[in-house]
Ligand binder design. Structure first.
Ligand SMILES: Cc1cc2nc3c(=O)[nH]c(=O)nc-3n(C[C@H](O)[C@H](O)[C@H](O)COP(=O)(O)O)c2cc1C
Length: 267
């Protein structure tokens, strides 16, 4: 009788979620931007958190990291990491955060994914970037962890990291990782020809960025409660003369004085 009672109690606990494990935020950050997002996820979800530390730290100097990271990427010689303090078997849900390097996750993440067991876990990628790279890096994580359930991730530009708190609130609720609901954002309308006014929005959105983002050739729009959003298709010509197309997402807040900002470039 006692045995049946215990079995029933365990089943009830499982059904009510009493046995649900905590989530873990694992992140790498060289210059502190991704760390801001990691801490915000911890704040909003109550997850545990750990920063990944390479045995030989990257210097924080762009040229040096580009040289070392590029060499490691080409040779496949991954940076060694200090041992993780967290026991991964304690967690079913792991947020993995990183800066984008050369279009994908920073090299310390390559070591993390290779050296640890993520089978059966739910993984939520998050990243910070100069212009883009969330989708490519999420796909690369899916490829590296074929036995994990890698969800759609969250990414934010370095220049817009102060928007991370409000964007994460929506992202976490939409993904069922935080209690509460949010109204679904409307779909973008049809692609249209770019007007002179749209071109000005595009130019303003790109003006603070160090690289040219091309010429907009079409645009789709939507209006939300907080902003007017634009999805531009832009054309650039590479150094080899090849024409490339990218999608540039732009938002203009409704608050007075808000300037157009691009949120990401999908190449
Ligand atoms: C070596 C290197 C390569 C980078 N490559 C890209 C890139 O391909 N695309 C991009 O949008 N940003 C790129 N960035 C910019 C970083 O992703 C961005 O600055 C990030 O917010 C840095 O995060 P952290 O402060 O957490 O290190 C690169 C930065 C470095 C150092």
């Amino acid at each position: 009788m006692k045995k049946i009672f215990i079995t029933l109690a365990i089943a009830a606990m499982a059904l009510t979620g009493c046995t649900q494990k905590k989530a873990l935020v694992l992140y790498y950050s060289e210059t502190g931007t991704t760390e801001k997002v990691a801490l915000e996820i911890q704040r909003q979800t109550g997850a545990d958190i750990e920063k990944i530390e390479p045995e030989v730290p990257y210097t924080g100097n762009f040229q040096e990291t580009a040289q070392r990271g590029g060499r490691e990427m080409r040779s496949g010689e991954l940076p060694e990491l200090k041992p993780l303090k967290s026991r991964l078997d304690k967690y079913d849900v792991v947020f993995i955060g990183y800066p984008i390097w050369f279009g994908t996750y920073a090299m310390p993440i390559a070591t993390l994914l290779k050296d640890n067991a993520f089978e059966g876990k739910t993984i939520i990628p998050f990243c910070t970037f100069g212009s883009g790279g969330l989708n490519e890096s999420s796909d690369a994580i899916r490829k590296a962890l074929p036995k994990a359930n890698v969800l759609a991730g969250y990414g934010v530009r370095t220049a817009r990291v102060e928007h991370a708190a409000e964007e994460l609130d929506r992202f976490l609720k939409e993904s069922g990782l935080k209690e509460g609901t949010v109204e679904k954002l409307p779909e973008y309308g049809e692609d249209q020809a770019v007007t002179a006014e749209d071109s000005i929005v595009f130019a303003k959105a790109c003006s603070g960025y160090q690289y040219p983002l091309g010429t907009p050739v079409s645009v789709a729009k939507r209006t939300t409660e907080e902003s007017a959003d634009y999805r531009f298709v832009a054309v650039t010509r590479g150094m080899d003369g090849q024409q490339n197309t990218s999608v540039v997402y732009v938002t203009v807040g409704k608050a007075e004085g808000s300037q157009p900002e691009f949120t990401q470039v999908v190449r």
